[in-house]
Design a binder for this molecule. Sequence first.
Ligand code: IFM
Length: 404
Amino acid sequence: MLHFPQNFLWGAATSSYQVEGGNSNSDWWHWEKKNGLVNSGPACRQYELFAQDFELARSQNHNAHRLSLEWARLEPQEGEFSEQELKHYIEVIDALVSRGMEPVVTLHHFTNPLWLSDSGGWENPAAVKYFLRYCKFVVSALAGRVRFWITINEPLVYIYHSYILGVWPPQKKSVLSAMRAEGHLVAAHIKAYRLIHKLYNDLGLDKPNVSIAKNVQAFVACRDNFLDRLGTILRDYWYNIRIIDKLTRHNAIDFIGLNYYSRQLVEVKNWGIANLIMDTCSLNHHPLKKNSLGWDIYPEGLYNLLICFKKYNLPVIITENGICTDDDGLRWEYIYGHLKQLHQAIGNGVKVAGYLYWSLLDNFEWDKGFTPRFGLNEVNYDTYARTPRDSARKYAEVCKTGAI
Ligand code: IFM
């Protein structure tokens, strides 16, 4: 048996837009209606069914749960905050706390209020002050109940899909827009970090734990040559390390939240900055098992990344790690494989404090709709019934014993 530390956070993660349903004031909702590719609709109906879902998580021995707040519900019009929605989220958090689960709360998980995107979204420098005003409203109300905050989920995934690939709203393809938006997201985190700490201090509460959820990838050179190795080093720095590095330099991070899923095989086909940072292997050299979206399953990448983040000497929480698959046996193999690597990293001195599987339930996977199945628990989208998968039962045993 491999034992994990005492007080380890064991649980799963979700985000509001992907599970709640009916987020009609969010930019994604309007974008869906406009392009007709996907329709989140009622999603998993968690807005009504949250207590039932948390009961399920509790029955599966989770002692922590990551969720997000939908900014567009809380501030449906610029400057007009909804006390009713705040009350809803207080009930949601209480439903976790009363079941003995530690809430890990995300403030921004890809979606924006429509009014914000209409005013230029994250390209507009004013987004930073809007975000802070929203943070002040919710954090002041929830401070007594929440110890772990994630300000921004996966800033670079958001920027890449929304401003480089142009497949998510606002569907831009502009490096300049991407750079502007990224700068504002990072500034928003740093200022929100200070604000959250100040609010806790003013309220006489213990210091909170504030971070971002940083998506990281294992970059692996396809061939043993200079170009592929250089591409790997550049991507590692540019994608994995740069932002965390900046936050540590600003003393604006209390723990490192990592979302890890897969690896990218780096095969640089030509000299050129775009080639160095974008080219991948198209020939499926070094094949591995894959999830249903074709992402390689590569648990050792998690270990390598954890070792690389060890130098910051901060606690790490795996804020997401998961697989979409129709083969639940493969889901368990994925979870087990990643937990083994996590355990090895702990043995080598990395201070890992928790693991949150993505996701508690099948849910709305953005531009891919409802087809990818990431859930420990299956959702029937006709009846909204939740059915635990075998992997949920096996993971429940890990959460109970703290060991694999
Ligand atoms: O569903 C997403 C989530 O919103 C952010 N991290 C990756 C997950 C799987 O793609």
